[in-house]
Write a protein that binds this ligand. Structure first.
Ligand code: ADP
Ligand code: ASP
Ligand code: MG
Length: 411
């Protein structure tokens, strides 16, 4: 019997009525004669509320304790959904991440899944029961509870789908699919019928919160058949696949954006050769992701190093670098906050020079200054002041005609 994995996000489970609605959809899938594994997030804004509670107690909570706290959110939704399914006459069992065999590395708050042990799940499926597994959480080999990073339930779903060789993994959410940009901020955004793993991975990494980046990475590496669709509407969603079968010729497929970015500058690095690796290895050792990097020489032959990081990592980045100040050898650190990153993504860029030039022209024509730039084969990102984030996304969406169907869009 084929297996399918269906994931429901927090906004699709924010009330008990929505939980009952999810239960109805799950039962309909089960009635199609499939083994059904459901993965759920915490209800509504529960995870944010738990973070606020911790913030009322301390600015620097221990990462292990944060995982203990945040993992409780998903435990509420698995049990309630399992009850709703039982109430409707189905047989269902809720499982925490560790009961579901989600083994992670020993990293708190942003752990990667290293193994999925499906024996227990497979036993339960043999009995014909529906499994309701908690997303976002796992366990280390030595029994510590970990979480996978915000939005990580998507990754639990894809990892389970890969391990169980599921026929498909459906991510059910509060939009009807993957759009050319976030439809909440770019009203002209259009739903894509399909998108390639690589383009989706870039969009997700660049702030398109509709899918957790590691979920896409996992799906690509294990060829999981992945779709994003509405948790309420019946309409077709977006398929994420090896090579997007439709709209192949579009140079730019989507616009993504992300706020709460800090530009940090380390002034007066005394020895560039040793200083550069020391700065980045110190940050990496503390799991701080660095994005765009710019290095410049000063008149006095010293180096200034600017890089962008997420605001949430700012304090820790300053703390760990200041602690190593003598060893690294630098003068001082300054931070510029209130920045956002806006990116255009599309696999057609590889063979179309001039896309970056057009992007800068569009921003300049609208009086938007680019503060840092980075490019790869299939994306161009710029840092802008946060007030310019949404207007920049809208102007770029218009300029690259993303709201227009393939047949009429500029190639
Ligand atoms: P869930 O709670 O189901 O995990 P999320 O809030 O994590 O839902 O993801 C869905 C949200 O992603 C949408 O409400 C939408 O605002 C946002 N989003 C950002 N970029 C995109 C995009 N390109 N296409 C669709 N939705 C997007
Ligand atoms: N509940 C977690 C979060 O809000 C995980 C998820 O929703 O995927 O980030
Ligand atoms: Mg999500």
């Amino acid at each position: 019997m084929g297996t399918i994995v269906i994931k429901f996000g927090g906004s699709s489970l924010s009330t008990t009525d929505k939980i009952k609605n999810a239960a109805k959809r799950i039962i309909a899938e089960k009635e199609n004669g499939k083994n059904v594994v459901v993965v759920v997030s915490a209800m509504g804004k529960t995870t944010d509320q738990l973070l606020t509670l911790a913030g009322e107690i301390t600015d620097r909570p221990a990462k292990r304790e944060m995982d203990m706290l945040l993992a409780t959110g998903e435990q509420v939704s698995i049990s309630l959904l399992s009850m709703a399914l039982t109430e409707m006459g189905a047989q269902a069992v809720s499982l925490t991440g560790w009961q579901a065999g989600i083994i992670t590395e020993k990293v708190h708050n942003n752990a990667r899944i290293v193994d999925v042990r499906t024996d227990h799940i497979e036993e339960i499926l043999k009995d014909g029961k529906i499994i309701v597994a908690a997303g976002f959480q796992g366990v280390t080999e030595d029994g510590e509870i970990t979480t996978l990073g915000r939005g990580g339930s998507d990754t639990t779903a894809v990892a389970l789908a890969a391990a169980l060789k599921a026929e498909r993994c459906s991510i059910c959410t509060d939009v009807t699919g993957v759009f050319t940009s976030d439809p909440r901020s770019v009203p002209k955004a259009r739903k894509l019928a399909s998108i390639s793993y690589d383009e989706m991975l870039e969009l997700a990494n660049l702030g398109a919160g509709v899918l957790h980046p590691r979920a896409v990475e996992f799906a690509k590496n294990h060829s999981v058949s992945l779709e994003v669709r509405s948790s309420i509407e019946d309409e077709e969603g977006t398929v994420i696949e090896e090579e997007a079968s439709m709209e192949k010729n579009l140079i730019v497929r989507g616009v993504a954006f992300e706020d709460n970015i800090t530009r940090m500058t380390v002034f007066g690095l005394k020895n560039e050769i040793t200083g550069l690796p020391s700065v980045f290895s110190t940050l990496a050792a503390n799991q701080i992701d660095v994005d765009i990097i710019i290095q410049s020489q000063t008149d006095s032959n010293q180096t200034n190093l600017s890089f962008s990081i997420k605001d949430k990592d700012r304090q820790e980045a300053v703390d760990v670098l200041e602690k190593e100040k003598e060893a690294i050898g630098f003068d001082h650190i300054e931070c510029e906050t209130g920045l956002s990153k806006v990116s255009i993504v599309g696999s057609g860029m590889v063979s179309n020079p001039g896309v970056a030039a057009k992007m800068f022209a569009v921003l300049a024509d609208n009086g938007i200054q680019s503060k840092m730039v980075s490019t790869s084969e299939i994306k161009v990102s710029v840092l802008v002041d946060s007030v310019h984030m949404k207007p920049a996304a809208q102007h770029l969406h218009d300029a690259f005609e993303l709201g227009v169907l393939e047949e009429t869009a500029a190639k």
